[in-house]
Design a protein around this ligand. Structure first.
Ligand code: ADP
Ligand code: MG
Length: 723
């Protein structure tokens, strides 16, 4: 008798095991049991042949209608043609020199046939299909024999390992299984009326009926959510036990002086988050907090206040930004907001002050040397940087806080790479303007506490967004040019965004990757900017911005734009995140269908940041009712980032959501889908919290503890694989 951990070769022949291992990575009995069926075929319910498409790899259930063996004209050998039917349509199966198969493929019997759908002389066919004839109605009730049950599992399969072969292996594995111990605590299982682990596995592969299969699937899906939440709750609790320096603001410090000089009132939402962060920082275990807030909701100032609190306590704070443009902007914003408070150690500094420095990959050697020294000797209280901050040479004197801006651009590895630069575990604040549904946050960032900022600062005007379909209404494009001129004549500024830097094949963004295509007539900055400057925007000050420019050039352009010396910035998505120029009121996005939903929402967040209303025009060639167009219409319809990220998530594959760089656990989530299974995840979270509250390290639940450990171990392996 065997266990899930046992090698599969203890019950199945080595040659078959080798194929299962090579193709699916299946090694143990448990691996095979967790190769779940994709769906079931019902005996007697034949597959609709009309629905098969040429080129599809299919497994179908059909009845043999007739067969004929004939010699091949002008050659030796024979062709056996077997016609199968679903009761309406027919499909021909052809075999070369295998007349003997006629005996197996008896007229009137049913079988499973697998192969690639081809078309010959206008008729659909399967050439040399694999097949498995199934017993007739007589033993339908004898569910113990292969293919004798009413429901036939259909597995992910290949030519070498057809679905029914897998079913037979599963059958042998099930027969060999001892009574399995169930890691799910009885009280949890009972509260949901779930089957035991063994029952669930058996019922999923060989269901008595579809209700049983559904319940089995739910139990196994719940297992995934529950184990993941247990792991995350335990990880969070471990973090709470770590010891670090508490960072309390002091009276008469930089923070106090800064607050006194703030040019605006903080919103209620900002104050609430600030209170949460201050209380976190005052603890002697590290803060681990995610701040998600709408585009333009004012996260930067919250981060800056947290950094100043740490500076007041004698420590340093590092801010990690995804792009140079954004890092440089943060530096400028901080310098502006802090004024003389940022001139520490120089003439003109106020008594309480600090220094800010910038570390990026493209700095010149002298600048870099200076900022490295300021970070290492502790003179710089605030260090702003791109991922260059993670470099080996970068050292800190006393790193107390890490702020990660636009978290969705980073993986866990990166934030961890920064953590090791601190003497004691640093406090961590990660910020994102891509708000995600609660369950996704719980699944992906389950070890972070979450603060949410939904409110925009007072006086902020809404952004109105319109789709401009070039195909339908060419005059609209002209109108977009006019709108820009109008805004500029009112003293405002504009962005025009294009997907590419240059015409042709450069990959200005990951768009080609996303859409798996490459199209030469996609708008590019280098073609569009001169066209606009000499055409519809003649007389306006137009400048280009893109990732191929040097950082000095980009920085100079952004400064000039921020200072109002440029009217129209023609740019790639380098301005996607974080860029903050309040006087910009209109944005035209060319070939908007090339961007994802969240990306468009981020982009348009660059306008309407001041007190004048913002306008965003999405220019597209996509015809109505195409998926691209539906996406654009959704962006135009709502400003709610949560709703948009939901649309975005629904359109993306689940794997992207739970990418290894986020959770490191995707291969353990076979059944769980974060959006579809929201309610289940919520329940699993509560169950996990309640189990942990009765037994903090799961000592009272040894089987469960072992299962969580196994998951964590495998997650770590995935993690290393990716590295
Ligand atoms: P995001 O949350 O997208 O990062 P920012 O922090 O860049 O947004 O803030 C957007 C703009 O709003 C900035 O110019 C910032 O100075 C301004 N701002 C932030 N908080 C307030 C407030 N309470 N009142 C008015 N303006 C604010
Ligand atoms: Mg920001």
């Amino acid at each position: 008798m065997s266990d899930l951990e046992d090698k599969l070769s203890t019950v199945i022949g080595d040659r078959t095991v080798k194929v299962l291992t090579d193709v699916f990575g299946i090694r143990s009995i448990g691996d095979l049991m967790r190769h779940y069926p994709r769906r079931y075929m019902v005996r007697g319910e034949l597959t609709d042949i009309a629905a098969l498409n040429e080129g599809d790899e299919v497994t179908i259930l059909a009845e043999v209608h007739s067969s004929a063996n004939r010699p091949i004209r002008g050659r030796r050998g024979s062709i056996l043609e077997v016609i199968v039917t679903d009761g309406n349509q027919k499909l021909s199966l052809t075999f070369f020199n295998q007349a003997w198969r006629e005996k197996e493929l008896k007229v009137g019997t049913q079988g499973l046939f697998a192969g690639k759908v081809g078309v010959f002389k206008g008729k659909k066919q399967l050439a040399h299909p694999d097949y498995q004839m199934i017993a007739d109605g007589a033993d339908v009730d004898d569910a113990t024999k292969s293919f004798a049950g009413k429901y036939l599992p259909v597995y992910a399969a290949t030519a070498k390992m057809p679905s029914w072969k897998i079913a037979q292996c599963v059958e042998m594995a099930i027969d060999s299984l001892d009574e399995l111990s169930d890691f799910l605590p009885d009280e949890i299982r009972a509260s949901h009326n779930y089957p035991t682990l063994q029952q669930a596995l058996v019922q999923l592969h060989k269901p008595a009926d579809l209700d049983h299969a559904d319940l089995a699937r739910e139990r196994l899906t719940f297992d995934e959510a529950f184990l993941l939440q247990l792991m995350l709750v335990m990880r969070r609790n471990e973090l709470r036990k770590l010891n670090t320096k508490s960072r309390k603001p002091i009276t008469g410090g930089v923070l106090e002086a800064f607050d006194a000089s703030l040019p605006f009132e903080l919103t209620g939402g900002q104050l609430a988050v600030i209170a949460e962060i201050e209380s976190d920082l005052a603890q002697s275990h590290p803060m681990h907090r995610l701040l998600q807030g709408e585009v333009g909701s004012g996260k930067t100032i919250i981060a800056l206040r947290a950094m100043l609190a740490v500076v007041d306590s004698g420590g340093q704070a590092a801010l990690l930004a995804p792009t140079e443009v954004l890092a440089a902007q943060h530096l400028r914003t901080f310098e502006k907001l802090l004024g003389s408070l940022a001139l520490g150690g120089t003439l003109g500094s106020s008594e309480k002050s600090t220094r800010i420095t910038l570390i990026t990959g493209s700095q010149n050697a002298a600048a870099r040397k200076e900022s490295l020294a300021l970070a290492a000797n502790g003179d710089a209280g605030i260090i702003v940087g791109t991922p260059a901050l993670l470099g080996e040479k970068v050292e800190f004197n006393d790193l107390g806080l890490i702020v990660v801006d636009e978290q969705h651009r980073f993986g866990v590895e990166q934030r961890d790479a920064l953590k090791v630069k601190a003497q004691k575990p640093p406090h961590l604040l990660v910020m994102t303007a891509t708000p995600i549904p609660r369950t996704v946050a719980m699944t992906v960032f389950g070890d972070l506490d979450v603060s949410t900022l939904r409110e925009l600062p007072l006086g902020r005007q809404p952004i109105s967004t319109h789709v401009i379909p070039v195909l339908e209404k060419p005059a609209f494009l002209e109108r977009a040019g006019e709108r820009i001129r109008e805004e500029v004549s009112l003293g405002h500024q504009a962005y025009v965004v294009a997907p590419r830097i240059e015409a042709g094949t450069d990959t200005a963004s990951d768009i080609d990757f996303l859409f798996g295509e490459d199209s030469a007539d996609i708008t590019s900055v280098k073609v569009l900017a001169p066209e606009l400057a000499s055409g519809p925007l003649k007389g306006l000050r137009v400048a280009e911005l893109h990732g191929r420019q040097s950082s000095e050039e980009k920085d100079a352009t952004m400064r000039a734009f921020a200072a109002g010396e440029i009217d129209v910035l023609v740019s790639t998505t380098v301005i996607e995140v974080g860029v903050d120029v309040a006087n910009a009121t209109v944005m035209v996005i060319m070939d908007a269908d090339r961007f994802g939903v969240s990306q468009l929402h981020q982009l348009r967040g660059r306008v309407g940041r001041g007190t004048s209303p913002g306008l965003c025009l999405l220019v597209t060639n996509s015809p109505v009712e195409t998926p691209a167009r539906i996406r654009l219409d959704a962006v135009a319809r709502t400003l709610d980032g949560f709703e948009l990220s939901r649309i975005d998530l629904e359109q993306r594959r689940e794997g992207d959501v739970l990418g290894a760089n986020q959770s490191g656990t995707q291969s353990h989530l076979r059944l769980l889908r974060v959006l579809r299974d929201e309610a289940l995840i919520e329940t699993a979270r509560n169950d996990a919290e309640s189990i942990i509250s009765t037994s903090e390290d799961l000592t009272s639940y040894p089987a469960l503890s072992a299962e969580v450990a196994r998951m964590a171990r495998n997650a770590a392996i995935d993690y290393l694989d990716k590295g």
